[in-house]
Write a protein that binds this ligand. Structure first.
Ligand code: SF4
Ligand code: FES
Length: 254
């Protein structure tokens, strides 16, 4: 324990299984301001294990904001209140000594709680699988610039491709809508020439799967964009909606 440690009271959601009734459990911790919130949970888990208690279940992988596995709701905000960071990038220096934190899992009908802070986000995988492949020649590498793409369009596609599939948009939405996630995944292909052959089948299939899995409709509150760690724009939702309408009225895509 360093001298600069801050003391926090943590209220952490504990739940044995999807069926079990969950509740907050209180912990007192002293933590380095340089620790991330996940490192704080690691330390707490080490202590719990030493005491013969069951550690807190939570997910993480890259711990650098890339993989999208680490989502927690901290004091009511998916990934915490700071903009454009994932939970693993949230450091304890952003909290005051003596502060109380509430740490919960992402909550949505389509994200069943598996245990404690871990939810089942496999619905996102199913939506992406429903989108299918892109028809693209995987033969020898084409010459650079063989398929010219305007810089502005390439940037929009890359911005959409930044989505890490974390699910914060769903957790932030009062309807538990997955529209921002699906719109990002639709847009990253719809904007590029390589995504054109299946463009309209793709949007229909992904939206149908999203609905089937129980994600709600867009609440138009932009809470998704506000909480997205990658700043995915709701303009992608408008693009997806346009593509969906076109897909429904264009004969050759029926
Ligand atoms: S759109 Fe943003 S919040 Fe939603 S899954 Fe992608 S990165 Fe996460
Ligand atoms: S652990 Fe990968 S984004 Fe946080």
């Amino acid at each position: 324990m360093g001298n600069n440690n801050i003391n926090l009271t943590l209220n952490i959601w504990r739940q044995e299984s999807a069926e079990a009734k969950g509740d907050f459990e209180k912990f007192k911790v002293s933590v380095s301001p340089d620790a991330s919130i996940l490192e704080m949970l690691d330390e707490l888990n080490n202590k719990l294990e030493k005491e013969g208690k069951i550690p807190i279940a939570f997910e993480s992988d890259c711990r650098e904001g890339i993989c999208g596995t680490c989502g927690l709701v901290v004091n009511g905000h998916p990934h915490g209140a700071l903009p454009k960071i994932a939970t693993c990038q949230l450091h304890m220096r952003n909290f005051k000594d003596g502060e109380t934190l509430y740490i919960e899992p992402f909550r949505a009908t389509a994200f069943k709680i598996i245990k404690d802070l871990i939810v089942d986000r496999s619905g996102f995988d199913e939506i992406q699988q429903a989108g299918g492949y892109i028809s693209f020649n995987t033969g020898s590498a084409p010459d650079a610039n063989a398929v010219p793409i305007p810089k502005e369009i390439a940037s929009l596609a890359l911005d959409a491709a930044e989505c890490i599939g974390c699910g914060a948009c769903v957790a932030a939405c009062k309807n538990s809508s997955a529209m921002l996630f699906v719109a990002a995944k639709v847009s990253q292909f719809a904007l590029l020439p390589q995504g054109q052959p299946e463009r309209y089948e793709r949007v229909q299939a992904m939206i149908a799967k999203m609905d089937e899995l129980g994600f709600g409709s867009c609440s138009n509150t932009y809470a998704c964009e506000a909480e997205c760690p990658k700043g995915i724009s709701v303009k992608n939702i408008a693009r997806m909606n346009r593509d969906y309408i076109v897909s429904k009225v264009t004969k050759e895509t029926v």
